[in-house]
Design a protein around this ligand. Structure first.
Ligand SMILES: Nc1ccn([C@@H]2O[C@H](COP(=O)(O)OP(=O)(O)OP(=O)(O)O)[C@@H](O)[C@H]2O)c(=O)n1
Ligand SMILES: O=C(CO)[C@H](O)[C@H](O)COP(=O)(O)O
Length: 445
């Protein structure tokens, strides 16, 4: 078994320091640290998370605090909650919000069906908000359903792209070291200006790191640090790891994080976050066909074209739709070869509505028809197809974006090939952009 890191503080020393701080409770944490040193990762700690969400987002420059700014019509904080609540071993999530936004937060929890969330009132600074969250988790709170965890994660409500692996890494390291936090290489060099606004000195970029979130702590360590914390630190401090060091002498373990851990701060960050989310939900397209047998049929050729044109995307046939919905595919192409109405598309829309798939992300449905002048008179076909506008309006209320695509179907093989390629490009663009202004439109390829 791996011994305590050379040069680092040993479990016995950490235990002594903690006992100095707060008697029995902290001694218990020390023994946990020892246990972790002896058999790192073997015992699973009870884990809770505190999310400070009480800021006003001044740097964003919009009236709505950034954590409530919509991305694809859903508030940013809901994405962060989703990222944490899907981690099964996080037992409780405590969110600190202003009294003013308490009701709005409750509505978000209800609308997006978040589970295991408790709300506390935030403070005037981030540190005070975090402290309020920790107090709610501490055992001595009357009438509280929360219980004190062994390890607490602290994560900003405005960092939506936190993955389970980094959470696990910081929690495991916190159990062993008392504190841990994610870091990233610096993008710009940090310099210190002198009082006259000139360069005083500059730091060697390669030797420094940006401190990001998530961070994790033995609960007793960080709670103690906040209890000891000076008013000055509570007011002006920006670093929880520093509080653990300053007040509990715990040297945090630093964990290399992914680039997506950045904090949404400026307006441009909202656009970046939206692009990342759109990209993530566009990785799978389900093609549902109304004809099964004939592989040479134009519908199958469109499916093949999609596979060739979008080689980074998984294109699946919608044979087992329930399963595909369960797997959280957010993009559907309904190919109608046999009919020129929306009956089959409607069946798909009903299924999607019943599944609640669109609660968290807008689902795209593209209803494809072939413009074959010879079989059905064009005027009659158009009359049927114009119904799409009404259907689209209806399903938009359930966060489903319905578009129509008419693929020109000429006899000439080369022209047909061109139409199919154009159709695949339009499908890709509709899925990638998720533009609600274009719903109910019949686009022509
Ligand atoms: N009194 C405060 C201030 C900030 N935060 C939260 O701390 C996190 C990170 O802080 P920051 O990015 O600085 O948020 P704001 O203070 O809202 O932004 P700004 O500094 O631009 O005003 C955010 O989730 C923010 O809501 C908080 O809970 N309570
Ligand atoms: O960066 C951080 C880690 O150290 C924190 O996430 C925090 O957001 C920084 O403080 P501020 O609220 O002032 O941006």
């Amino acid at each position: 078994m791996e011994s305590w890191p050379p040069g680092g503080s040993g479990p016995a020393e950490a235990g002594r320091r903690l006992r100095d701080l707060r008697g029995a409770d902290l001694a218990a944490s020390a023994s946990l640290l020892s246990g972790a040193g002896a058999e790192a990762g073997c015992s699973a700690p009870a884990v809770a998370a505190v999310l400070p969400a009480g800021g006003s987002g001044e740097r964003m420059g919009v009236p709505t605090p950034k954590q409530f700014c919509p991305i694809l019509e859903r508030p940013l904080i809901s994405y962060t909650l989703q990222a944490l609540e899907r981690v099964s071993w996080i037992k409780d999530i405590v969110v600190a919000v202003t009294g003013e936004n308490m009701e709005a937060m409750k509505c978000i929890i209800q609308r997006y069906q978040h589970k295991g969330i408790s709300l506390v009132e935030s403070g005037v600074t981030r540190h005070r908000s975090i402290f309020n969250g920790l107090k709610a988790l501490a055992e001595d709170q009357p009438n509280c359903r929360l219980s004190k965890p062994e390890v607490v994660i602290i994560h900003d409500a405005v960092r939506p792209f936190v993955e389970e692996d980094v959470l696990l890494k910081v929690v495991t390291a916190a159990k062993e070291h008392g504190a841990a936090g994610a870091i990233r290489p610096l993008v710009s060099t940090v310099i210190s200006p002198s009082v006259d606004g000139c360069l005083d000195h500059s730091l060697e970029r390669a030797r420094h790191r940006a401190s990001e979130m998530p961070q994790a702590f033995l609960f007793d360590v960080i709670y103690e640090a906040y209890q000891q914390c000076s008013d000055y630190d509570l007011e002006f401090g920006t670093e929880c790891l520093h509080l653990a060091l300053k007040y509990c002498h715990i040297k945090a373990k630093l964990i290399e994080g992914s680039p997506d851990l950045w904090k949404v701060t400026y307006k441009r960050d909202l656009y970046a976050a939206e692009s990342i989310i759109k990209e993530r939900i566009s990785q799978q397209i389900c093609v549902v066909m109304d004809t099964k047998e004939d592989e040479e049929h134009v519908g199958h050729r469109l499916e093949e074209m999609l596979k060739n044109e979008l080689n980074h995307v998984k294109v699946t046939s919608g044979r087992d739709l329930q399963q595909i919905i369960l797997e959280q595919c957010y993009n559907f192409v309904r190919v109608n070869v046999m009919t020129s109405d929306f009956e089959e598309t409607q069946k798909l829309l009903n299924m999607l509505e019943e599944s609640n798939l669109s609660i968290l992300y807008p689902v795209v449905v593209i209803s494809v028809q072939f413009l074959d002048y010879e079989s059905v008179p064009f005027g009659q076909k158009m009359e049927n197809l114009m119904q799409i506008r009404e259907f689209a309006k209806q399903v938009k209320k359930r966060n489903i974006l319905l578009y129509g695509l008419l693929v020109y179907y000429p006899q000439d093989e080369q022209k047909l090939q061109e139409s199919l390629r154009h159709g695949a490009t339009i499908i890709a663009a509709l899925i990638k952009e998720r533009n609600s202004g274009l719903i109910g439109q019949l686009l022509v390829a």
